[in-house]
Design a protein around this ligand. Structure first.
Ligand code: 5AD
Ligand code: SF4
Length: 456
């Protein structure tokens, strides 16, 4: 351990799990004297936490590394700058990165973040030794520090990593490996500590979170692995936790118990991110999604039956190999029929090593762009419509921070909408009731009508 303060800059690409991982890397490095900095220039350690899921991941990394070069040279005289590449590109292309980019001192895959201090020490001894893209995951969370630095009142917790689904467009099964789940007790410990620090809302993360099957708590071994429904109910019992969410789910893993949990447990927010990717059965089959549009629509209908106020969000890919105008029209029809509160949509990106990359009939970029624009126009319209449908309702809002304008508060509705309202700073970290008076595509505003729950 060192008593001198060192500066750490982390650049994070990609999904919420990478955001969580970056936080955990900070937690690992804090005891070594690292403090986070807002800029790379002058930092002692720079970590680029990469994402491999779409477009030009490697190109982005190499251009970032090019930009860091002069900073590294300038720092050579004053202690030097260590550059680390983390995340899914590191996992997929570790040795290649070490070969191509001499500025990189170490490469660390997502399952090895607890070993960062050792890797940094090794890199300082000899650059070639500091590459760790092992896949063993069983001990990572045991070895990461139990203490987490938290800002704000909403926190992410990884409960599951990896994926066994092998959708033909996706690199996740290759970069994050097979599905595995953290034990319930370990999660409860982490969440209790977060609650003690003021956290009120927990979002459980996993590449395929509803495939969660973690070891049951002590004393409940006879249950066998717990599913996500059981886990959510259990977490809802932790004192101080008022809201629970989870991301991202696969339609095939929405089991009866999880559906029932949405009916019974009001702390589970009425908001479900359930990607379908395409509305065409032909394309769903080519994507190896293992369900049809009708099955998905039926599932959404069930969710709405048990929780009538639930809002649905999703992910879509346009221009998967072989997608015809008729297939794309099926996706538009799906969006019209389901009705989305919000959604992410992407142009298909050919990922080396995935079956989709080798398929014939790759779609022209211009066609992908046209389809994406049409789809996004429809999704934007639905998002605005959904937000406007809240006008006149009174919603519980978890206030996260002061707004940009003095006297204003910023918070989130159950549907993750940004809400702005005039109110006292004492409400920050608490849930207040807001009568919604106005809405746009990206936010809501209204009047505070009371603090519903005094959870402090
Ligand atoms: N091309 C485009 N989008 C992709 N996604 C995953 N892989 C690809 C790809 N090769 C999208 C999916 C997924 C989200 C996280 O990213 O929609 O749900
Ligand atoms: Fe990728 Fe999700 Fe499909 Fe798994 S279920 S392969 S993470 S898109």
């Amino acid at each position: 351990m060192s008593s001198t303060r060192k500066r750490l800059y982390i650049k994070t690409y990609g999904c919420q799990m990478n955001v969580y991982d970056s936080e955990r890397m900070k937690d690992v490095l804090t005891p070594l004297g690292y403090e986070t900095s807002d800029e790379a220039e002058g930092s002692d350690l720079v970590i680029i936490n990469t994402c491999h899921i779409r477009e030009k991941a490697a190109e982005k990394l190499y251009s970032d590394l090019g930009r860091l070069r002069p900073f590294k040279d300038a720092k050579a005289e004053s202690g030097g700058m260590t550059i680390a590449v983390a995340g899914c590109v590191a996992q997929a292309e570790g040795p290649e990165i070490m070969r191509r980019a001499p500025t990189v001192d170490l490469v660390v895959g997502p399952q090895s973040y607890h070993k960062l201090p050792e890797l940094i020490a090794r890199a300082h001894r000899a650059r070639g030794e500091a590459l760790d893209t092992e896949f063993e995951v069983e001990d990572k969370f045991d070895l990461l520090p139990a203490e987490r630095h938290v800002e704000g009142y909403s926190a992410f917790v990884t409960v599951q990593e990896g994926c066994d689904k092998f959708c033909t467009f996706c690199v996740v099964p290759y970069t994050r490996g097979a599905e595995w789940s953290r034990p319930v007790d370990q999660l409860v410990n982490e969440i209790r500590r977060l609650a003690a620090k003021g956290v009120r809302e927990i979002t459980l993360l996993g590449q395929n979170v509803n495939a969660y099957h973690g070891a049951p708590p002590a004393g409940r071994e006879a249950d066998g692995p717990w599913g996500l429904g059981q886990l959510l109910r259990h977490i809802a019992l932790i004192g101080g936790i008022e809201r629970v969410r989870y991301l991202t789910s696969h339609p095939r893993d929405m089991d009866e118990d999880l559906i029932a949990a949405h009916r019974d447990e009001t702390k589970i927010m009425p908001y479900l991110h359930l990607p379908i990717q395409s509305g065409s059965d032909r394309i769903l089959k080519a994507m190896n999604r293992q369900h049809t549009y009708a099955e998905y629509a039926e599932l959404i209908a069930r969710m709405r039956e048990v929780r009538p106020d639930i809002a649905i969000s999703g992910d879509f890919i346009v221009g998967f190999p072989g997608e015809t105008d008729a297939d794309f029209e099926d996706t538009m029809k799906c969006v019209r029929e389901i009705g989305y509160a919000s959604a992410f949509s992407f142009k298909y990106s050919r990922r080396p090593g995935t079956p989709g990359a080798a398929m014939p009939n790759q779609i022209d970029e211009t066609v992908k762009t046209e389809r994406l624009h049409a789809l996004q126009a429809l999704l934007d319209e639905q998002q605005t419509g959904f937000n406007r449908s809240q006008i006149g309702r009174t919603l519980p809002v978890l206030f996260e921070k002061a707004g940009r304008i003095a006297g204003q508060l910023h918070g989130r509705s159950p549907y993750l909408q940004s809400v702005h309202v005039d109110g006292p700073a004492e409400l920050i970290g608490r849930i207040g009731m807001v009568r919604i008076e106005d809405a746009s595509r990206n936010s809501l505003s209204g009047q505070l009508v009371g603090a519903e729950q005094d959870v402090a």
